[in-house]
Design a protein around this ligand. Structure first.
Ligand code: BV8
Length: 235
C-alpha cells in the first residue's frame, strides 16, 4: 500500500504499455493470448514483410483495427485524462498504438511506437489519421504507392520529434507512473531512467515484476484501473 497521491505532484508523466489497455480488451503482446504469441511479427509487422507482402501486412493490420476499434477506454485511461485536467502538467508517453488515451480525453499524448490509426506513404510523404476499419483504399491518393501503417516496427528507428519531446517531459517531471509495460522493448524501456536521473519519484503499476522494477521506489502490484484509483483520490 502507498500513501502517494497524484495531486501532490505538479509535473506527472504516465508511461504506458499494453497492460494499460488490457482491461479494455486489447490483447497485450507477451502475456497469455499475446499478439506476438499468436502472430509472427516478421511476417506481418515489419518493414521487410511490408516490402514483400503488403497485402498480408494490411490483412493483419485491418484485423487489428477491427479488434481494437471495438475497445473502449477503461477507468484507468479516464483517470489519466482527469489528472491532465486537474494537475499543472501531465504528459502521457505511450508505447501503445490503440489511441485509447486520446479517446478518453488525454490531450498531450506522445505515441512512441506510432499509431494503428495513422498511415503514411514512404514514396511521397503523404500521411493521414482516421479510424476507418477496415481501411479499404490501400493506395496513396497522391502517388499510388501502398499506404504503410505509421507504426514503429522492430528494426524501425523511433520518431526523433517524439523521442525529443519525451526526453524533455521526463527531464522536467517530479513523478513518473509506469503502467502495464514489461520493459523489454528498447529504447522505450529505458526512458523512465531519465526521470529517475532527474530526481523524480517513480511508481510501477504492474501485476508482475519487470526487469526495471529495481529502479522504482513504489510498486503497485495489481491491475491499472484499481492501482490508479488508489493514488488518484481528490482528482
Ligand atoms: C530500434 C509496434 C533502432 C506496434 C512494437 C535487432 C535489430 C533491430 C533492433 C533490435 C534488435 N535487437 C533488439 C533490438 C531493439 C528492439 C527491441 O527492443 N527488441 C526487444 C524485443 C529485445 N527494438 C526495436 O527494434 C525498436 N527500434 O531499436 O531502432 C535500431 C534500428 C535498426 C537496427 C538497430 C537498432 C523498435 C521497437 C518497437 C517495436 N514495436 N510494436 C505493433 O505492431 O503492435 S513492439 C511491442 O512491444 C509494442 O510496441 C509494445 O508497446 C512494446 C512493449 O510491450 P508492452 O507494452 O510492455 O506490452 P507487453 O505485452 O510486453 O507487456 C504487458 C505488461 O502489462 C506486462 O508486464 C503485464 O504484466 C502487464 N499487465 C497485464 N495486464 C495488466 C498489466 N498491467 C496493468 N494492468 C493490467 N490489467
Amino acid at each position: 500500500m502507498t500513501d502517494l497521491r497524484l495531486r501532490d505532484y505538479d509535473n506527472v508523466v504516465f508511461f504506458t504499455g499494453a497492460g494499460m489497455s488490457a482491461e479494455s480488451g486489447v490483447p497485450t503482446y507477451r502475456g497469455a493470448g499475446g499478439v506476438w504469441r499468436e502472430y509472427d511479427y516478421e511476417r506481418c509487422a515489419c518493414e521487410n514483410a511490408f516490402k514483400s507482402d503488403p497485402e498480408y501486412v494490411w490483412e493483419f493490420h485491418n484485423f487489428r483495427r477491427d479488434l481494437v476499434g471495438k475497445c473502449k477506454p477503461n477507468a484507468g485511461h479516464d483517470l489519466v485524462a482527469r489528472a491532465e485536467a486537474a494537475l499543472p502538467s501531465v504528459t502521457v508517453i505511450t508505447q501503445n498504438i490503440d489511441g485509447l488515451h486520446q479517446l478518453a480525453g488525454s490531450q498531450r499524448v506522445l505515441e512512441l511506437h506510432g499509431s494503428l490509426w495513422e498511415v503514411r506513404c514512404d514514396r511521397c510523404g503523404w500521411r493521414d489519421r482516421g479510424r476507418e476499419s477496415p481501411l479499404v483504399e490501400l493506395e496513396c491518393p497522391e502517388c499510388g504507392a501502398f499506404k504503410r501503417p505509421n507504426i514503429v516496427w522492430f528494426g524501425d528507428m523511433l520518431f526523433m520529434d517524439v523521442i525529443q519531446a519525451s526526453q524533455s517531459a521526463l527531464q522536467s517531471c517530479d513523478l513518473l507512473v509506469s503502467i502495464g509495460t514489461s520493459a523489454v522493448v528498447y529504447p522505450a524501456a529505458q526512458l523512465p531512467l531519465i526521470a529517475k536521473q532527474a530526481g523524480a519519484t517513480l511508481v510501477e503499476i504492474n501485476p508482475e515484476e519487470t526487469p526495471l522494477s529495481g529502479a522504482y521506489e513504489h510498486h503497485l502490484r495489481g491491475p491499472a484501473t484499481e492501482m490508479l484509483a488508489r493514488i488518484a483520490d481528490g482528482l
